[in-house]
Ligand binder design. Structure first.
Ligand SMILES: Cc1cc2nc3c(=O)[nH]c(=O)nc-3n(C[C@H](O)[C@H](O)[C@H](O)COP(=O)(O)O)c2cc1C
Length: 228
């Protein structure tokens, strides 16, 4: 893909603007079902690394963090409780671009998770109530039974199915074990495929100083090109 524009020279001071632009381009290119899919690497309490895909649901350029949603009792959440340092990677194969993020994961404010949960369709809301993510399961049917039993406890009608979810008030409340994480990157790397495998790559770093309530005061980004 020799026509792929390389990173600007000199490098811009702020890499998140490029990440946001690339994400938008990946969405409008519509060449993959989940252009916001991002691998998320965590480290368990015993030092074992693990990796899975989550969806990057928001990117807040200032002060600079990304948001994903999950079950707070899942393996990844237990890992984050032990080691809040995480690494993420977005890859748009059709655009020949990669973004790497390294930073700290902190739970989103409850009110923000509530707002996001309210935008999900009722079936997705029930699915969040139904799954004790990462826990063992006797069978697929056991998950369906567990979900429908919880639907009953939540006051959903008797004729509820996994697809037919009609809460009396129009929406279900957010489960206490489900919500967002903000990932505050300390480092961002951008990679673009170049002609003849001479790729273009740059890394930016900044400091993060805790400012209370899980937020940070971020220092300025400093970027440099790296050999690909
Ligand atoms: C395309 C795609 C998107 C996914 N999005 C999420 C997500 O946003 N949140 C989530 O908890 N799991 C998501 N998953 C499932 C995770 O990859 C993973 O199986 C699950 O979170 C359990 O991981 P854990 O046991 O390591 O915590 C997604 C999977 C795929 C393939």
């Amino acid at each position: 893909m020799s026509e792929n524009p390389l990173l600007p020279t000199p490098l811009p001071d702020e890499p998140l603007r490029i990440v946001a632009a690339w994400l938008e381009e990946a969405v409008s290119a519509a060449v993959q079902p989940n252009p916001n899919a991002m691998s998320l690497a965590t480290v368990d309490a015993d030092g074992t690394p693990s990796l899975r895909i989550v969806l990057l649901k928001a990117l807040v350029e200032d002060p600079g963090y990304g948001v994903f949603y999950t079950n707070y009792e899942s393996r990844k959440s237990r890992a984050i409780a032990a080691h809040p340092e995480v690494a993420c990677c977005l890859h748009w194969d059709a655009l020949a671009r990669q973004v790497r993020l390294e930073g700290v994961a902190v739970r989103s404010p409850a009110a923000e998770s509530d707002r996001y949960f309210a935008t999900r369709d009722p079936a997705s809301q029930l699915a969040a109530w139904g799954s004790d993510q990462s826990r063992p399961l006797a069978s697929r049917q056991a998950l369906i039974d567990q979900t429908l039993a919880r639907a009953k406890q939540l006051g959903l009608p008797e004729n509820t199915t996994l697809q037919k979810v009609e809460p009396p008030g129009g929406a279900l409340p957010r489960p206490p074990h489900w919500g967002g994480y903000r990932i505050w990157p300390r480092a961002i790397e951008l990679w673009i495929e170049g002609a003849a495998r001479v790729h273009d790559r740059a890394r930016w770093e900044r400091t993060l100083r805790p400012s209370g309530n899980g937020a940070f005061t971020a220092g300025p980004w400093r970027g440099e090109r790296l050999q690909p």
